[in-house]
Ligand binder design. Structure first.
Ligand code: GBH
Length: 497
């Protein structure tokens, strides 16, 4: 038995005596962006409006600096510079997303935009020419407005619309793209967009919208996966996964462990269990508690929509890998004042869960972000215990500041501390982490935080017409890590200080 004492003891000793800071052979490094956050070209050619175009144009007061992604980093025109940056960093892969309404202006496959496809072909071919693997996220939040008008992620038909769109992009790019992520962060879409109503389309439907959305996302993902399996896998031999967001839940005291486990099921299990567990379907404890609670409130059925037997089978096992986004952690205790500070999950108050943070966790430049490096290791171990040895690709991790600064020591420290925990997770806990992706290649439109908050390895000058990109110290640091395949490199080079 490996006791907690043993783990803590080893972890600190290993660090003192220097654990082996090299990454396993074959471990890959990348950086990520998403279409709406960088592309601009919001009305270029025959692209139609998506929900972020409409949200920022009609409800600009929801964005802290009233900004939008009309031009953003102008990557629609500056894509060659983006490839050059990926190459300067020495990335093994670049993760970017496709704009649904740029490729399919009606939202449906009746008409494929030539210019939209050309843009992505240029990017894919340019990356490959530099030896960088393109990793595509099919959907990163910018739903065509035409589909939102039909209910978006609350209409069960979206599972077929998404599968049709996926089929189009598999057939267009699958000869060259071997790693596919269907959907980015169901929790942000469901809890934050359709529950709390913070992100576009701003539907506030606490405890209906989020659960309906959760089910539809899982089925949509699975249908796209099965399309790849049936029609493309033999020919293209790629991999298809989903990226979830993992907010680690730490019990406030030992007595809160059971509640923390419930919070993990709500934050993580709700979007992962159906795909990655042996039995499939909803996490049993959630299914039970939500049924009970709905009944007590006088509903005739649970707020959590049931899966049919066929749906359980369709979704179960529908991933070749798990995409893992992680930034921060929360503490959990019982909620008794009906208020749950700090980015509650849509459903957490009714399950009696109060989320908070420890006072010693340093806050980053946004209200939801507190630094707790051990959280990433605990979350990874929890996933291994829960779902077994699935290959995990870390698809996002990174740090934000408000300051415009080239020498970004805090960001460097964040990357070092989180990567160290990832190494421990691989080497001490035996978690199957296959790669790491820094969020983000460059400063970009940070959703409701606009351009105020910066996550970039490269700084972007949003006042210059070509959106000039300049590497920060963290970019050079990340390049050294990649080049040496090790964390055992200088954190700061003399000439940067
Ligand atoms: C990721 O989400 C996204 O995938 C990426 O596009 C984004 O740029 C990056 O993180 C950095 O934020 O307004 O207080 O209710 C991370 C998860 C979910 C965190 C939504 C912020 C809203 C918090 N995010 N959440 S709040």
């Amino acid at each position: 038995m490996v006791s907690l004492f043993h783990i803590v003891f080893c972890a600190s000793l290993c660090v003192v005596y220097g654990i082996d800071l090299t990454f396993p052979p074959g471990f890959k490094f990348g950086a990520a962006t998403s279409s709406y956050q960088i592309e601009g070209g919001w009305n270029a050619s025959d692209k139609s409006e998506n929900i972020w175009d409409v949200f920022t144009h009609t409800m600009s007061d929801k964005i802290v600096d009233n900004s939008n992604g009309d031009i953003a980093c102008d990557s629609y025109n500056q894509w060659q510079r983006d490839i050059e940056m990926a190459s300067e960093l020495g990335l093994h892969f670049y993760r970017f997303s496709l704009s649904w309404s740029r490729i399919l202006p009606s939202g449906f496959p009746d008409r494929i935009s030539e210019d939209g496809v050309k843009y992505y072909n240029n990017l894919i071919n340019g990356l490959l020419a530099k030896g960088i693997e393109p990793v595509i996220t099919i959907f990163h939040w910018d739903l065509p407005q035409s589909l939102q008008d039909l209910g978006g992620w609350t209409n069960p038909m979206i599972a077929d619309w998404f599968a049709d769109y996926s089929k189009v992009v598999f057939s267009l790019f699958g000869d060259r793209v071997k790693t596919w992520i269907t959907i980015n962060e169901a929790t942000s879409i469901c809890d934050v967009s359709y529950g709390l109503g913070i992100l576009a389309p701003g539907v506030r439907s606490l405890e209906y919208g989020n659960y309906i959305c959760a089910k539809n996302i899982l089925v949509a993902h699975a249908k796209a996966f099965r399309v790849y399996d049936r029609e493309f896998r033999a020919k293209f031999n790629g991999k298809v996964g989903i990226t979830n967001h993992f907010l680690w839940m730490e019990p406030e005291t030992e007595a809160d462990e059971e509640l923390a486990e419930l919070a993990r099921e709500l934050a993580v299990g709700l979007y992962s269990h159906a795909i990655f567990s042996k039995e499939g379907g909803w996490p049993p404890v959630l299914e039970e508690k939500l049924a009970e609670y709905s009944k007590r409130q006088g509903y005739t059925r649970s707020r959590l929509p049931a899966f049919t037997k066929e749906e359980i089978e369709l979704v179960r096992g529908s991933a070749d890998f798990l995409g893992f986004n992680h930034y921060t952690s929360r503490t959990v205790r019982e909620l008794n004042d009906r208020k749950s500070a700090l980015w509650p999950l849509s459903g957490s108050p009714s399950l009696g869960i109060r989320l908070s943070v420890r006072p010693e966790w340093k806050q980053a430049a946004v209200k939801w972000f507190f630094v707790y490096p051990e959280g990433i290791r605990r979350q990874l171990l929890w996933l291994k215990k829960r779902y077994g040895d699935i290959p995990i690709l870390i698809t996002e991790n990174g740090y934000c500041t408000e300051k415009l600064e080239i020498v970004d020591k805090d960001r460097i420290d964040y990357y070092y501390n989180y990567l160290e925990q990832i190494l421990l997770s691989i080497k001490e806990d035996g978690v199957n982490v296959v790669g790491y992706t820094a969020w983000t290649l460059m400063d970009n439109f940070e959703w409701v935080s606009g351009y105020k908050v910066k996550f970039g390895l490269y700084q972007v000058d949003f006042t210059s017409p070509s959106r000039t990109r300049t590497p920060r110290a963290s970019a050079k640091y990340y390049a050294r890590i990649i080049k040496n395949h090790s964390l055992d490199v200088n954190k700061y080079e003399y000439d940067e200080l």
